[in-house]
Design a protein around this ligand. Structure first.
Ligand SMILES: [Zn+2]
Length: 140
């Protein structure tokens, strides 16, 4: 901001200082509004987009990655069957004792994941901005 209008800024400051209405509650209200705006922005710009890639991690290491834009069933040595079905992925079979991973159901949004703790198996959906979901081509 240029200092061409110091008088105006000063009077504004004086106004706030003199105003009995501008108290702690107003500051808290302003802070809440600001926080709400930040949250809204996070939702607007950082909202989880539809993912297009399923990354598979076994024992913390990236084991495989599949495009979600297909129908495919993959079996892993750890006893897990991953099903990819046109934009979503699910663990459809697992030999783990709790079968919690099967209850995750299908995931499709970037950032979503399925975890099978007993098998140290994780599926993470990634949204690759380079990947064009409309044409199904990776722009490089
Ligand atoms: Zn499991």
């Amino acid at each position: 901001m240029k200092s061409s209008s110091p008088g105006k800024r000063h009077s504004l400051f004086e106004h706030f200082r003199a105003s009995k209405m501008f108290g702690k509650a107003d500051i808290i209200f302003a802070a809440v509004l600001l926080a709400a705006a930040v949250v809204a922005m996070v939702f607007a710009f950082g909202a989880k987009p539809r993912g297009n890639i399923a990354e598979v991690y076994i024992e913390g290491k990236l084991a495989a990655a599949y495009s979600l834009d297909q129908q495919k069933t993959v079996s892993f040595d750890v006893g897990i069957e991953l099903h990819i079905d046109n934009g979503k992925a699910a663990v459809t079979k697992s030999d783990c004792p709790d079968h919690l991973c099967e209850y995750f159901g299908y995931i499709s949004k970037a950032g979503e994941r399925i975890v099978c703790a007993p098998n140290k198996f994780v599926v993470v959906i990634k949204g690759d901005p380079e990947y064009d979901a409309v044409t199904g081509r990776t722009q490089a």
